[in-house]
Design a protein around this ligand. Structure first.
Ligand code: NAD
Length: 362
C-alpha cells in the first residue's frame, strides 16, 4: 500500500507490460511479492497451445525491474520454441526471482514461491535454472505438484545437464556432417567455452569420439576437472574466438556470437549449449550465413534438459526420453535443409518449424 501518486513516465516502464506481451504474444504474466520472505519476481506464460508452459526458475540480481521483465518474456518465448521443435507437448514459460543468486534463501522463501506456482493451477510448471537446484525443487514440491527437475530420491530425474550435453553432442555431430560430409569427429578441433555442468559432459562425449578439444573457462576448479579427467588443452577465455578450430561450442553465456566476435571466428560450425547465443537473431544469423559458418540453433540442440523435465511430467521411461533426445540429430539436419532451400538463416528456419507446429495445432 502507500502509493497514492501515479509514477512519472520514466519511472513506470513496467506499465508497458501489456504492450510487450502483445508484441511477443504472451498469454499471461504474473508478478508476485511476499514481504515476510522478501520474495519477489515474475512468472511469464508465453504459449500453452501444445501443453502446459514449462521453464526454469532463474534467480538473478537484476539492476532494474524492466531487466527482469525483459528476461522472463524473452526466455519464456524461447521455451515455447524449444518444446515445439523438440516434438514434446509443452508450452513455454519461465520464472525469474529478483535477488542475489549467491544468497541462500530459507525454506519459507521457496515454499512461498511454490505457492505462487501452484496458484496458476498447472498452467506453469517450474524447474531449476541459474541460481536454483534440484534441492530447491525439493522444497518447492511441498507446496505444488507443478514442479520438475526434482532430486532422484524425491521421484525426479535429477540434474538435467548430462541429458542436455548429450543432445548438444548429437546436434554438433549433425552439424559436422552437414559441413564436412561425415559426422566422424576424430581429429576434429572443437573449442568448448565454459566447462560447467553441461560443458563437462560435452567434453566427455567429444573426447570419447576422438575430437581434439580445447577449453576455456574463468573458473579454475572447473578447468582442472576437465584437464584431469579428459586431458584437454586450455586456452585463455579471450583467445577462444580466434582459435583455428572446426567447431566453436559456446557453453557459458548467451550473446557470445555478435558483431565483435563473428569477424574473429575461424570455425565452420557453431554448436553449443548456451541459450540465446546470437546477440541479435536477425543480424547475426545472416552474418553467419554470409560467412558460411553453420549455426546449430541453440534452442533445438540444448533441449535435452527440457525433454528430461517432460519425462517427469509424462512419467516416461529413460529410454523414451532418450529417443526424444536422439531426434535432435535428425531435426538439426532438417533445419539445415530448410535453411539452404529457402536461403534463410538456420535460426529463422528453426523458428519457422517451431511456429508451424503450434499453428497446425490451433
Ligand atoms: P554452469 O554455470 O554450470 O557452467 C557455465 C560455465 O561457464 C562455468 O564453468 C563458468 O565459469 C563458465 N564461464 C562463465 N563466464 C565465462 C567466460 N566469459 N568464458 C569462459 N567461461 C565462462 O552452467 P551450465 O548448467 O553448464 O549451462 C551452460 C549454458 O547452457 C548456460 O547458458 C545455460 O543457460 C545453458 N543451458 C543449460 C542447460 C542445463 O541442463 N544445465 C539446459 C539448457 C541450456
Amino acid at each position: 500500500m502507500g502509493i497514492d501518486e501515479r509514477p512519472k513516465n520514466a519511472e513506470r516502464a513496467e506499465s508497458n507490460v501489456l504492450h510487450l506481451m502483445e508484441g511477443m504474444e504472451h498469454e499471461q504474466v504474473m508478478f508476485f511479492n511476499d514481504k515476510p520472505t522478501g520474495l519477489k519476481g515474475i512468472i511469464a506464460v508465453h504459449n500453452t497451445t501444445l501443453g502446459p508452459s514449462l521453464g526454469g526458475c532463474r534467480i538473478w540480481n537484476y539492476a532494474h525491474e524492466e531487466d527482469a521483465l525483459w528476461d522472463v518474456l524473452r526466455l519464456s518465448r524461447g521455451m515455447t520454441f524449444k518444446s515445439s521443435i523438440s516434438g514434446i507437448n509443452l508450452g513455454g514459460g519461465k520464472a525469474v526471482i529478483i535477488s542475489n543468486p549467491k544468497v541462500k534463501h530459507d525454506e519459507a522463501f521457496w515454499r512461498r514461491f511454490g505457492k505462487f506456482v501452484d496458484s496458476l493451477n498447472g498452467k506453469y510448471i517450474t524447474a531449476e535454472d541459474v541460481g536454483t537446484s534440484t534441492e530447491v525443487m525439493r522444497i518447492v514440491m511441498q507446496e505444488t505438484k507443478h514442479v520438475t527437475g526434482k532430486p532422484v530420491e524425491a521421484g525426479g530425474t535429477g540434474d538435467p545437464s548430462p541429458f542436455t550435453a548429450y543432445g548438444v553432442f548429437l546436434g554438433l555431430k549433425a552439424s559436422v556432417k552437414q559441413q564436412f560430409g561425415s559426422d566422424d569427429l576424430s581429429g576434429r578441433k572443437v573449442a568448448v567455452q565454459g566447462v560447467g555442468h553441461v560443458g563437462y559432459y560435452l567434453v566427455k562425449h567429444l573426447t570419447q569420439a576422438g575430437a581434439k578439444v580445447y577449453v576455456a573457462d574463468i573458473n579454475q576448479h572447473n578447468l582442472d576437472a576437465v584437464v584431469k579427467d579428459f586431458g584437454v588443452e586450455v586456452v585463455a577465455p579471450t583467445d577462444i574466438y580466434g582459435l583455428e578450430m572446426d567447431v566453436y561450442a559456446p557453453c557459458a553465456l548467451g550473446a557470445t556470437v555478435n558483431s565483435q566476435t563473428i569477424p574473429q571466428l575461424k570455425c565452420s560450425v557453431i554448436a553449443g549449449a548456451a541459450n540465446n547465443q546470437l546477440a541479435n537473431e536477425v543480424i547475426h544469423g545472416k552474418m553467419l550465413l554470409d560467412k558460411n559458418i553453420l549455426f546449430a540453433p541453440d534452442f533445438l540442440i540444448n533441449a535435452g534438459g527440457v525433454i528430461n523435465c517432460y519425462r517427469e511430467v509424462q512419467h516416461l521411461s529413460e529410454l523414451e526420453a532418450n529417443m526424444l533426445i536422439e531426434n535432435i540429430y535428425t531435426k538439426t539436419l532438417e533445419i539445415f535443409k530448410k535453411s539452404s532451400e529457402e536461403k534463410i538463416s538456420t535460426q529463422e528456419a528453426a523458428i519457422k518449424i517451431a511456429i508451424d507446429r503450434i499453428e497446425k495445432k490451433n
